[in-house]
Design a protein around this ligand. Structure first.
Ligand SMILES: Cc1ncc(COP(=O)(O)O)c(C=O)c1O
Length: 408
């Protein structure tokens, strides 16, 4: 049998993840493998932690990565911080809010689900009304809900959680590295992020950060494996964390100066995360947020000039994802299929109540570039015209170019 060497077609990834990895990240992944306890490698891990703290804007000592996708990162933190029977409030405004609920149900949490129409976000009063009832151990919510393109303001929720003595655990999977997130200032007790979105590395690692309150819970749930435990490793007083692979107590020790043996670290993925974070440091957080905002503004101006309507409450739209209402005269699969076939551009479909109604366009990380925005607008126009949808030819790209010109 003649198996071919891997040679993927070039793509412009304008979906809300995965996006194009920075070429520097891909190059870093080709570096020699180091042993996971090699001081050269543990030195890199320490640098990754420090750079991740800067991106999360936190002083949390416990800031590191887990070898899993973002969903696994959510599961790792929630499984450790939430014990069976703990009351957790989930304000859900899209698919990923329900994912939190799925995970927490498996943790044995007592869940209260607040639901909202997709395309909107919660007002702090709605959350306070529930927290007032008392007894909540935590609020778990999504920052950037990629399924709807909505972004939940967190600052007020942070204050409420402090007032009612509840932990605030946030999925910042899609926003970290593209949007301003102030973990300490906003009072977020834990945040989980992915690498394949605004961080611009491949999927396969989750960045996490958590504060002393969560560290204390983890300490009480600690149980070091029999084969490696020492006389100093005493079991905690709370129920042990039910996952071995995602056991935050042992992972924390692995990332500590003790470097307790747990899993075999994914060396090449560590190189990727290190390089991706270094690229963010080089660009600067402010510059990076500005770049995403400008590209978002140009994209939206272009879409609107074409007569395309943007879905949802525009005041709360993520700058890194835009959902458009699929114009009459074309369906979602045709639109996405032709963008991919003719132009090599990938945009995304949607889920649940929005399936078949909207298309989601990402503007994340390395993919968030002027040429990608203009290329996507031009390609979209061509596909719509090909299918008989009346759009004013040339207006979309021209409006976006105007935004770039005025930004100079
Ligand atoms: C907001 C949000 N949370 C969680 C996830 C799950 O991430 P992963 O597919 O990396 O497990 C996604 C993926 O798209 C997401 O957009």
């Amino acid at each position: 049998m003649n198996f071919q060497e891997i040679n993927p077609s070039p793509r412009t990834l304008m979906c809300p993840g995965p996006v194009e990895a920075d070429p520097r990240v891909l190059r870093a992944m080709g570096a020699h493998i180091l042993g996971q306890f090699d001081p050269e490698f543990t030195g890199l891990m320490a640098e990754t932690q420090e750079m991740a703290r800067r991106v999360f804007q936190t002083k949390n000592h416990q800031t590191y990565t887990v070898d899993t996708t973002s969903r696994g990162g959510l599961e790792t933190v929630l499984t450790a911080a939430i014990c069976p029977g703990d009351k957790v409030l989930i304000p859900a405004f899209g698919r990923f809010g329900y994912l939190l609920s799925e995970i927490l149900e498996r943790c044995g949490a007592e869940i209260t689900l607040l639901e909202r129409e997709w395309g909107t976000v919660f007002e702090p009063e709605e959350i306070e009304a529930e927290l007032k009832k008392g007894g909540y151990k935590a609020v778990a919510c999504i920052h950037g809900e990629t399924s709807t393109s909505m972004m939940q303001p967190l600052e007020e929720i942070g204050k409420l959680c402090k007032k009612y003595d509840a932990l605030l655990i946030v999925d910042t999977v899609a926003t970290l590295g593209g949007v301003d997130i102030r973990v300490d200032e906003w009072g977020l007790d834990a945040c989980i992020a992915g690498t394949q979105k605004c961080i611009s590395a491949p999927s396969g690692s989750a960045l996490i950060t958590y504060d002393k309150k969560i560290e204390d819970i983890i300490a009480k749930r600690k149980k070091v494996e029999k084969g490696i435990r020492t006389a100093d490793d005493v079991d905690g007083s709370l129920p042990m964390i039910p996952s071995n692979y995602l056991d935050l107590a042992q992972l924390q020790d692995y990332w500590s100066p003790r470097h307790l043996n747990h899993h075999t670290e994914a060396t090449s993925m560590q190189y990727a995360v290190h390089e991706a974070l270094r690229c963010i440091m080089l660009e600067g957080l402010e510059e990076r947020f500005k770049r995403h905002n400008l590209n978002d503004k140009a994209l939206c101006a272009g879409l609107q000039a074409m007569g395309i309507t943007i879905f949802g409450d525009l005041k709360h739209k993520m700058p890194v994802v835009t959902a458009i209402n699929i114009p009459e005269g074309i369906d979602g699969p045709t639109l996405r299929g032709q963008l991919l076939d003719y132009f090599g551009i990938e945009v995304a479909t949607s889920f649940g109540p929005l399936d078949g109604k909207i298309i989601r366009i990402g503007n994340m990380g390395y993919s968030s570039q002027k040429r990608n925005i203009l290329f996507t607008l031009g390609a979209l126009e061509a596909v719509l015209l090909q299918n008989g949808v009346k759009v004013p030819a040339g207006d979309g790209v021209a409006a976006a170019m105007e935004v770039y010109k005025n930004a100079k």
